[in-house]
Design a binder for this molecule. Structure first.
Ligand SMILES: NCc1[nH]cc(CCC(=O)O)c1CC(=O)O
Length: 306
């Protein structure tokens, strides 16, 4: 039996996602052995320039995922583990997402405060345009303070800068064991998260079909269907974490339901659309909801937010 090399970014969050995937894989395939590799990316190395600059330098997305994908293509690792929401919607040639494990938590969370407790002038840490728009929409007059970096530094910056709170993905906080910092879960029906938030992507080289079958043991159909719908929508609207799109898909008895929302960063305009379709054609649901948003004039809101 070969020993497979599994790699990710060096952040503690990325490492815990590898552990989560390996726990699954070891349970399903005790006959295989794995070694872990850490890949340093531009996003890890460059703490001085803004992430927006880095993102545009690498054609709009994938600043964190890029180096790990390159290591996969170069044969330095055999399996790459990513946050699916950080993977560009355009598939990197030669790679494929062979498995998406069960998604435990999709919601955004507030740490340090609650929406009800926020008054005009209060400062809340978040730099993501979607979260800035949703915050301004929910709490007019609240000031969004840009903060950057991995999850633990963002919590630290909240305290150091004397902010009232910070908005983060609940999934990251849970994976890091930092969930006791959460003071409010933001209802995804009113505060839809980033497309594919909370989901892990297990990626292999496209020609590695035997390994694709091995990692398929961690695949979850519901996580795949919902994230495919959310990402199909984002692909049409030109997403990335610099675009203020929230998307929240759920599977129901009637099929796959997708809700999406675009909010201007000043919070003054919010456009929502939703639809239900068949679960085995998630891209059609995403494309349908994207078209509804375009019909409602979402392009002007997106253009004003970039
Ligand atoms: N944008 C950065 C990022 N990429 C993945 C996560 C963790 C949540 C996830 O796995 O989707 C985070 C942190 C955050 O958004 O708070």
């Amino acid at each position: 039996m070969p020993t497979w090399r599994i790699g990710s970014r060096g952040s503690r969050l990325a490492q815990t996602m590898v552990t989560e995937v390996l726990d699954h894989l070891n349970a399903a395939h005790p006959e295989h052995t794995w070694v872990r590799r850490t890949i340093m990316s531009a996003g890890d190395q460059d703490r001085t320039s803004s992430l927006r600059d880095l993102a545009s330098a690498s054609s709009g997305a994938g600043v964190f995922a890029g180096a790990v994908e390159q290591a996969l293509l170069a044969g330095e690792i055999d399996v790459a583990v990513h946050s699916l929401k950080d993977l560009p919607t355009a598939t990197t040639p030669g790679t494929m997402v062979a498995a998406i494990p069960r998604r435990h938590e999709v919601r955004d969370a507030l740490c340090g405060t609650t929406l009800d407790a926020l008054s005009p002038g209060h400062r809340v840490g978040t730099g993501a345009p979607r979260r800035v728009g949703q915050l301004h929409h929910a709490c007019p007059g609240v000031v969004a303070v840009p903060i950057r970096g991995n999850v633990p530094p963002r919590l630290r910056q909240m305290r150091e800068k004397g902010l009232s709170g910070v908005v983060l993905a609940a999934a990251g906080l849970h994976r890091l064991g930092l969930q006791e910092n959460i003071t409010e879960y933001l209802d995804p029906a009113w505060w839809p998260p980033s497309p594919a938030q909370g989901a892990i992507a297990v990626q292999v080289r496209t020609d590695d079909t035997a390994l694709a079958r091995v990692v398929a043991a961690v695949h979850d159909e519901e996580a795949a269907a919902t994230t495919r719908a959310e990402r199909a929508l984002m692909k049409i609207l030109g997403g990335g974490c610099h675009v203020p799109i929230g998307a929240y898909a759920t599977t129901r008895a009637g099929g796959l339901h997708l809700l999406a929302q675009v909010t201007s960063t000043d919070g003054s305009t919010t456009i929502r659309a939703e639809a239900t379709g068949v679960t085995d054609q998630p891209e059609m649901v995403g494309e349908h909801v994207a078209q509804r948003l375009l019909d409602e004039g979402v392009e002007a809101v997106l253009a004003s937010s970039v």
